[in-house]
Design a protein. Structure first.
Length: 364
């Protein structure tokens, strides 16, 4: 699963990417510094994994991960090929969620592609380009489906109705994710269109050091603008994150954060939020050889969770032995959980809970 970092040129995307992934993408004070997308595999911070590690003391620890993609900056006219438009739009279509970075700070030493700081305008610039691209693809699909709809094909008629709703929304500068479709319509129709403005989005407001805790008027404007969009807004001082990233020791980082009034790096919050944005959750396996966090979609059944380890586990699934993280944490070991009668045996229909500690029984 991939989350793509997007935004206008020179708003801090690559600096943020470096903070998240330690991949050291090129970062500089000029537009289109990033051309080819950079990809980093980022560990998901999880105190539950740390606690299980302390309890089990395994030989190896493996955290959950998310792929973060740093995509080239977008400009007006991208939907028509301006700047790196076609390449940008192709890259963003391949991601599963969008981290939209907006510049919410003043600094005359850092150039803005439009000459002034206005995050609402910047958001609108990117929204319009993405909406125009979605409009182009939905109109093409509508042209094809209209022929079948005219013959009386009920399935085609339903799809045409959904397409007309989407097209009307896009023409009104509305993102597809904000349209109130039923779950059935989304699953059977909207999701199959793979539209860019239907992807879940988090707006990352890049602020100055003094605004890192409470934000500023720019941030408040963004929160108001996206209130009906079912989107998350995160305040992040990217320059501070870069400074924290350069500190080698944990103690130095904590002192730096305390001085700023922060409990943890903003990048850690962003990674966890991106994980949630992608509708992912974690279950654990815990043994002397390895404690590991496994990534599954929310709503995954026990056999599907087993299949993440190996497809044979899903094919030959018999049962899952399940311990809630809460019980494992409170009782301190698998053996004590068993003695307390807190280990459950679950079958094929069990839907995994976030934080479950599971062992699988299977037969080939």
């Amino acid at each position: 699963m991939k989350a793509g970092i997007v935004g206008l040129p020179n708003v801090g995307k690559s600096t943020l990417f470096n903070c998240l992934s330690n991949a050291k993408a090129q970062s500089a004070n000029f537009p289109f510094c990033t051309i080819e997308p950079n990809i980093g595999v980022v560990n998901v911070p999880d105190p539950r994994l740390d606690r299980l590690t302390d309890l089990v003391n395994p030989e190896k620890v493996i955290p959950a991960t998310v792929e973060i993609v740093d995509i080239a900056g977008l400009v007006k006219g991208a939907s028509k090929g301006e700047g790196l438009g076609n390449q940008f739009l192709g890259n963003i279509r391949e991601t599963d969620a969008i981290l939209h970075v907006l510049r919410c700070f003043e600094d005359e030493n850092i150039v803005h592609v439009d000459g002034s700081v206005d995050p609402l305008r910047d958001k609108e610039t990117i929204d319009i380009e993405l909406q125009l691209k979605d409009l182009e693809s939905t109109e093409k699909r509508r042209d094809k489906i209209q022929r079948a709809a005219k013959t009386g094909n009920k399935e085609a008629q339903k799809e045409l109705e959904v397409l007309n709703t989407i097209i009307a929304a896009l023409e009104a500068a509305q993102n597809v994710r904000s349209i109130a479709f039923s779950e059935e319509i989304r699953i059977n129709y909207v999701n199959t269109f793979q539209l860019i403005t239907d992807k879940p989005v988090m707006y990352v407001c890049n602020v100055s050091e003094e605004d890192a805790v409470d934000g500023n008027d720019y941030v408040n404007q963004i929160k108001t603008a996206v209130a009906l969009e079912n989107a998350e807004v995160l305040i992040l001082a990217v320059s501070i994150e870069a400074d924290i990233n350069e500190l080698e020791s944990y103690d130095e980082r904590q002192m730096f954060l305390e001085d700023l009034g922060l409990s943890e790096p903003g990048s850690a919050k962003l990674i966890r939020s991106a994980y949630q944005l992608l509708s992912l959750q974690t279950y654990f396996t815990a043994g002397e050889k390895e404690v590991r966090a496994w990534t599954i979609p929310k709503g995954a059944t026990a056999p599907q969770a087993a299949g993440v380890i190996h497809t044979d586990f899903e094919k030959g699934f018999i049962r899952a032995e399940v311990i809630s993280y809460k019980d494992y944490n409170e009782l301190g070991s698998e053996q004590k959980v068993k003695e307390a009668g807190k280990m459950r045996v679950e079958g094929k229909d069990y839907v995994a809970d976030d934080g479950d500690v599971m062992h699988f029984r299977f037969n080939l």
